[in-house]
Design a protein. Structure first.
Length: 72
């Protein structure tokens, strides 16, 4: 019988970043983006969003920054 591959556990900080990005996604959708657009934008700008996370912005603040900055 084949063993299931052990799933890699994420550290708490990485999990917090992922959860934060999910919240940002929700605010981007509220701002007019589709779910696909919001996810794609976060994936394309992951370093920028990571910086915002570590700078202490709330998900709502990060979404507002993204919606107001055409280069983000």
């Amino acid at each position: 019988m084949a063993k299931k591959p052990k799933q890699e556990e994420l550290d708490p900080e990485t999990m917090a970043l992922i959860e934060w990005c999910v919240e940002v996604e929700g605010f981007l959708i509220q701002g007019g983006a589709t779910q696909a657009q919001a996810q794609e934008h976060i994936e394309e700008q992951v370093e920028w969003f990571t910086d915002l996370f570590y700078d202490g912005l709330t998900p709502e603040q990060a979404a507002k920054e993204a919606l107001s900055d055409p280069t983000a």
